[in-house]
Write a new protein. Sequence first.
Length: 391
Amino acid sequence: MRATPLPPGALLSRAEWRSLGVSTDRLAGPAFTTVFHGFSTPTSAPASVNTMCDVLQTSVIPGAIISHTTAAALFGISIPWWTDNEMGLLSSASYLLDGRRTVPGTVPIPPGSAADHADELPAAWVSRAESGLTLNTAGAQPGPPAAARHLTTPPLLHARLEHGRQRSAGQHVVLHRTSPRPGFTYLGLKMSHPYVVLLELASILPHDEVVIAIDSLVRRDPPVRGVTLEAIRIAADTYGSRWGSSALRKALRDAQPNTDSPGETRTRLLLGRAGFPQPAINHPVVDPDTGQMRYLDLAYPEHRIGVEYDGDYHRLTKKQWRSDQARKDSLASVGWELRTLTGEDIKHPKRALAALHRTFLRAGARAPSPDNWAGRRGALLGRSLRPPASD
């Protein structure tokens, strides 16, 4: 007998699967992955995070509000790639379906690669993820990904409950019991308000990751319109010392608008801790050869010094590498000196900081003391891009 075709992306109850003709033996086998108690999805074509959240709050825990890193992923707020069973990685692989941001339940297979379902991600994608870059170079694209890895472990979802007595939704859900907080309906889901999401993130993530999350909400192309640093400050002050408000206020002191990527934020934080002055962010310059407007990640215009963060994707293709080199050469011809940092420099910054120090002196600019990154001080400035447990 021919097996019943499984609708891709479905997340149904046991009774619903049985009504479609799926046998109990098949439901218990590798063709299905249990997301919630009594609810399964096809392993080879799993439900999106959006669908998981919809089923969670409508059928599993009525009244649940999507929160923390799960809400951040759906909003497009930057979170570490390694958090909550790679929720940050899933967020960076989001796509547009019917004009709506959709977060996949498992990471898509890179175009052109072998269509297997190995657990290991390609090295190039790991490098992009560590840098905080999207897995699709241009961000969320229309239409679902062509293929995806098999779902082995569902992402860890966060939700909060303001009323009711239910205490658990299974091993793939962290359920927070909270007092009433501002909510927000987005993508058809009831979620924490974006400002509340920042408070929630501030209670569980390291300082730099919270700064990156704030920056991502006020970046040049923000995921949610109308957000300002001042509005976030007001929200943090509203809750005094509750939740993550103290950590959020501390992170707000380091946050800046108009960034483009987590790598830019990490570089700016490193320069500030090393004693360099606050740079201009995404400073516009005209390419003398093409007449196009270019934007330097960080710049000291008065000294014509630019500082850029290059994720590993800059070296994945000859075309990208050649374009980068041509742009740098053109800007150098009109007096700009560019310093480039990579993920390795964020982890071990002594070399990059020493080079920038020499550049400042050569330009006649006041530079911080090299003692700021000498010895143990330099080691303390470094920040790993790996999960905390692997440091």
